[in-house]
Design a protein around this ligand. Structure first.
Ligand SMILES: Cc1ncc(COP(=O)(O)O)c(C=O)c1O
Length: 381
């Protein structure tokens, strides 16, 4: 038999999904794979039922149904402070997952370099390799997950085509400050580099931290490819609705790539999701409050158990330091924890390029009774 592609040798199956299998095997509370217990708002589900009954059921316009794009830009204009046009500035994709790989394929040729902050959401490494590009990793040093500006400058000197920015960040919970974003933007302009953002947690930010959009910084719209999705904001990770917002030149290329990869996102779900995009501002306040409550509840249990962790500024993950348990192999530790403590986490090493083996990632987008149960179990650590 002929061999499968050589590029597959450079990345492994997702450790996160493997941990979900381990959680199921030991009947552990699954705090590994990061999706919420909550459902989408009832009005959105009603709209989905109606769309199923009345259509549309056939392909939408490949780059997104016009009413979805319109609702999207009306919402994003308010949050991003940009003047956007649904005909020129948007491609609707199957989640931010597709948006990210489309963004990379739109701008990268084989051999191009791409800066990725480490720890990173595991898709970025694989996406880069699938494009034939080469990652340059820049460390975000635990426990504060700050980067060294001189290391970043050295990475830019290698003339990368793009920098990938996950903000708010999975797994670290970091929210980049305006000063950090400005520093990155200045380097991107100086070295003529694109910035690809993944902003799926844009509405999950804990006060006093604040999310700034890279695309909204002075002179950055032209070189920023903003990727995000409805998955986390409206509890619809299974609907697979995401998007790219960028300049008309980039969008023209991205539409071509997207068309040949997936044709389009689900037409009836785009129809229903316009209801989500039209929700009032108070909805987003509630999302913030709800996640702030969950975060504080869960961190309370970590404090009670005497665990050391980095306080998340955004997203719904917390990185816990396990060095007090003499952990040198976080994968074995996570398997042991699922079996003996009954809580499944993700080994931190799966997010780092560097050899970091003392951190685990837990997510708290679970119902409060489950967070209480997991918190109680963690006391046994
Ligand atoms: C940083 C980040 N980007 C993208 C995704 C996937 O998003 P989507 O469901 O929009 O594909 C996730 C999911 O956990 C994520 O954490």
């Amino acid at each position: 038999m002929p061999a499968t592609a050589e590029r597959l040798c450079h990345f492994t199956e997702s450790v996160i999904r493997e941990m979900t299998r381990v959680a199921n095997q030991y009947d552990a509370i699954n705090l590994s794979q990061g999706f919420p217990d909550a459902d989408p708002p009832p009005s959105v589900i009603e709209a989905a039922v109606k769309a199923m009954q009345q259509g549309p059921h056939q392909y939408a316009v490949t780059w997104g149904a016009p009413n979805f794009r319109q609702a999207l830009i009306e919402k994003q204009q308010q949050w991003m402070g940009l003047d956007l046009n649904g005909d020129e500035h948007v491609v609707v994709t199957c989640g931010s997952t597709e948006a990210m790989i489309v963004a990379l394929m739109t701008i990268c040729d084989p051999g191009d370099k791409v800066i990725i902050f480490s720890p990173f959401y595991e898709n970025y490494g694989a996406d880069t390799i699938l494009c034939g590009a080469e990652p340059i990793y820049v460390p975000l040093e635990p426990p504060n997950f700050n980067f060294d500006p001189s290391v970043l400058r050295e990475a830019f000197k290698q003339k990368p085509k793009a920098l990938v920015l996950c903000n708010p960040s999975n797994p670290s919970g970091k929210v980049f400050t305006l000063e950090e974003l400005t520093l990155i933007a200045d380097l991107a302009k100086e070295f003529d580099t694109f910035v690809i953002t993944d902003e799926v947690y844009e509405h999950i930010v804990y006060s006093p931290h604040r999310h700034y959009y890279m695309a909204s910084l002075p002179e950055m719209f032209e070189r920023t490819i903003s990727c995000s999705s409805l998955s986390k904001t409206y509890n619809m990770t299974g609907w697979r609705l995401g998007y790219i917002i960028a300049s008309p030149e980039i969008i023209a290329g991205a539409r071509k790539v997207h068309d040949f990869l997936t044709v389009g996102a689900a037409a009836p779900l785009q129809e229903a999701a316009t209801v989500a995009l039209n929700l009032p501002r108070s909805y987003y306040d509630e999302v913030q409050q709800d996640y702030t409550r969950k975060r504080d509840l869960f961190l309370g249990y970590l404090d009670k158990a005497g665990l050391r962790y980095t306080r998340p500024q955004g997203a719904y993950y917390v990185m816990v330091d396990c060095s007090d348990f003499d952990v040198t192999d976080d994968i074995t530790f996570c398997r042991w924890m699922a079996k003996e403590i009954g809580v499944a986490a993700v080994p931190g090493s799966s997010f780092f390029h560097e050899p970091v083996n003392h951190l685990i990632r837990l997510h708290f987008a679970r119902d409060e009774d489950i967070l209480h149960a997991a918190g109680e179990r963690l006391q046994r650590l």
